[in-house]
Ligand binder design. Structure first.
Ligand code: ACO
Length: 332
């Protein structure tokens, strides 16, 4: 059974604090030319003291609620996709509910690294099948800077912090102006690639000992070349599969929003899909890779800026550690 759900509101929030390529030149052995040609990233936003996954999610959630014309009390479920929760216990979702001043809801975190938003969206889609009256807040947020070693030039240039939010309801008879109908979500994983992109430190496989040192394991470790090749293959094939499943061609897609990891990956996926460049939305130059938040920030911005118009068909795609990847089709 294919059940659609509705995106009633979108929001996003990025920290004020900018980290430019010039700033990074002063922090480690890198340069603007290398970063720009390899990634297309010019700057990223970095959380300041007190800014966390929960606080950024809260700001994005308020924008999405306002956009949906709803109040926090209306919500029945909260899902937070993140690999950087404020704490191991409680979940970021429970803490977010508290910030929003609500209790008694179903709240949980979802771990799918950079693919987190689509995994959370699919979970929300399942919830509205079980509970057609559900009003679900999905946020996808990462403070990646909390897990980046700024002396590791191969990693620190790539990532930034941010949050995106969507309000999801069942596809009842009414379809308010400005809403998006989620037509389908496809997800995939390959756990055999777990070592190619990982943060191990602090997990039960690499436990922290009292007085122990914070090793490299506590920060993002990645085999960039292998990630690049796999990401391009996986995102292009799942997008192709999605279009074929729905009997669609590129011509019928109005806006394509791939995971904003770096411009070379985006260009390579676009080329494989033969997607015209003008249909591909990018904001990676100003935010870097914000992990789970990447596509939802882009979706919210593209809608807010009028890039996505009423009636447009939007194709989303993600890729992240796990490996995890996916695609979604949304009609606005
Ligand atoms: N500044 C300057 N030089 C650098 C930097 C840097 N920031 N980082 C690495 N280098 C050096 C390397 O040390 C190497 O030097 P060497 O030849 O003397 O050994 C040289 O640049 C080339 O390094 P490569 O790793 O071969 O560079 P490559 O062209 O593969 O680009 C990159 C690296 C950008 C990481 C690329 O592999 C990539 O885009 N991978 C995808 C990674 C990604 O985006 N991951 C995000 C998480 S997953 C996801 O969201 C999809």
């Amino acid at each position: 059974m294919t059940t659609s759900c509705i995106i009633r509101g979108l929001g996003h929030c990025v920290p004020e604090n900018r980290l430019t390529n010039a700033d990074l030149e002063r922090m480690c052995d890198t340069n603007d030319e290398w970063i720009t040609t390899r990634t297309g990233i010019k700057e990223r936003r970095i959380a300041s003291e007190g800014e966390t996954t929960v606080s950024l999610s809260h700001q994005a959630a308020l924008m999405a609620l306002d956009n949906a014309g709803m109040k926090a009390e209306d919500l029945t479920h909260i899902l937070v996709a993140t690999f950087t929760p404020d704490a191991y216990i409680p979940s970021a979702a429970c803490m977010l509910a508290d910030r929003l001043g609500i209790k008694g809801r179903t709240c949980m975190d979802i771990s799918a690294a950079c693919s987190g938003f689509l995994f959370a969206l699919e979970t929300a889609r399942a919830y509205v099948c079980l509970h057609p009256e559900a009003k679900i807040l999905v946020t996808a947020t990462d403070v990646v800077s909390s897990r980046v070693d700024y002396s590791d030039r191969s990693i620190c240039v790539l990532f930034g912090d941010g949050a995106g939010a969507a309000i999801i309801t069942g596809a009842g008879a009414d379809f308010p102006n400005g809403s998006g109908r989620v037509l389908d979500v496809m997800l995939a994983t390959d756990g055999s690639a777990h070592d190619l992109l990982t943060v191990k430190g602090g997990g039960s496989g690499s436990p922290v000992k009292p007085g122990g040192i914070v090793s490299r394991d506590f920060f993002v470790q990645m085999n960039g070349r292998e990630v690049y090749k796999y990401a391009v293959r996986a995102m292009s094939s799942i997008c192709r599969e999605m279009l074929e499943k729905h009997g669609l061609t590129n011509d019928e897609v109005d806006v394509f929003i791939p995971h904003q990891a770096n411009l070379r990956i985006i260009d390579a996926v676009g080329t494989r899909l033969e997607m015209p460049t003008e249909k591909i939305f990018t904001n990676v130059h100003k935010y870097g890779n914000t992990s789970a938040a990447s596509v939802i920030i882009a979706l919210s911005e593209a809608r807010q800026e009028g890039v996505i118009k009423d009636g447009n068909l939007v194709l989303l795609s993600t890729f992240g550690g796990g490996f995890t990847w996916g695609s979604a089709l949304v009609r606005f």
